[in-house]
Design a protein around this ligand. Structure first.
Ligand SMILES: [Zn+2]
Length: 274
């Protein structure tokens, strides 16, 4: 316990150091392999992504999303929105998460709001007894969910879909600590231009590399945390974080820093621990 506390304190200390360092924009790249220019222009432009302008600051920030266009109304009118602050309760029985991810090809894109890694079919997860396919993993900085009022340097969202089209998102907190041996592979392939997709067929990536070994979690029913803020999304936020090194987080922060929607009221919801 003491050890965890010390780690948490030193992490938050280092984190504030890295944030201030970031402003100098001189972050050394932790990347071993850099994508070659020749590989990059596999661009597949998705025009829909440029139609509506929303962001995380100013007149297009989260408090204005609901007014940007009628389709975003749920962002302001919804009563079961995400993210939320999570508080620990005595765990209930059952409610297991089983991940059957395997090494796979993938593509990576800076979609203008996040760095997103898309996976082809075949990445299965059994979530509370129901089968889902992993569609993509993307990252927010700082974390969107807070746990006991505490936010984390980053949060990964594993977006899954089932056969009926239902969405289940697994949230994984990221702290500053040990280097993640696998993340450099992804960070090294982020295309230099937004909306450009880079497909990697040669070096498979196993999404398991971004999950902690302990799978206890909070579960609640919420929404997409970005417009159109659609509700009916099943959330599973793991309470055990994964870590990345100061350099790995700082590198990610050269792309995105404040991409977290503020926590939303729980209203009459309650997150259950498993
Ligand atoms: Zn997300």
């Amino acid at each position: 316990m003491k050890k965890i506390l010390i780690l948490a304190i030193s992490c938050s200390f280092l984190w504030s150091c890295s944030s201030s360092k970031k402003k100098t924009k001189k972050v050394a790249k932790p990347i071993v392999k850099k994508a070659t220019k020749a590989k990059e222009p596999v661009a597949k432009k998705d025009k829909t992504k440029h139609q509506v302008h929303w962001g995380y600051t100013g007149a297009h920030g989260p408090s204005h999303w609901g007014a940007i266009k009628p389709e975003f109304a749920t962002c302001k009118d919804g009563k079961a929105q995400s993210p939320v602050n999570l508080t620990w309760h005595k765990p209930e029985k059952g409610g297991t998460l089983k991940f059957g991810y395997i090494p796979t090809r993938y593509s990576i894109v800076d979609n203008g709001h996040a760095i997103q890694v898309d996976f082809p079919e075949g990445q299965k997860a059994m979530i509370h007894g129901h089968e889902y396919q992993l569609l993509q993993v993307h990252f927010h900085a700082v974390s969107e969910h807070t746990i006991g009022g505490k936010s984390y340097p980053a949060e990964a969202h594993f977006v899954h879909k089932n056969k009926e089209g239902g969405l289940a998102v697994v949230g994984v907190m990221i702290i500053e600590g040990e280097k993640n041996e696998f993340i450099d592979q992804l960070w090294g392939k982020i295309p230099s231009k937004k909306h450009q997709k880079l497909m990697d067929d040669k070096t498979p990536f196993n999404p398991m590399a971004l999950l902690p070994s302990i799978k206890t979690h909070y579960h609640y029913k919420g929404s997409l945390t970005t417009p159109p803020c659609t509700e009916g999304v099943m959330w599973y936020v793991l309470n055990t974080p994964i870590s990345m090194s100061q350099m790995q987080l700082a590198y990610f922060n050269t792309y995105y820093t404040k991409t977290n929607r503020p926590v939303q009221p729980l209203n009459n919801r309650k997150a259950i621990n498993y």
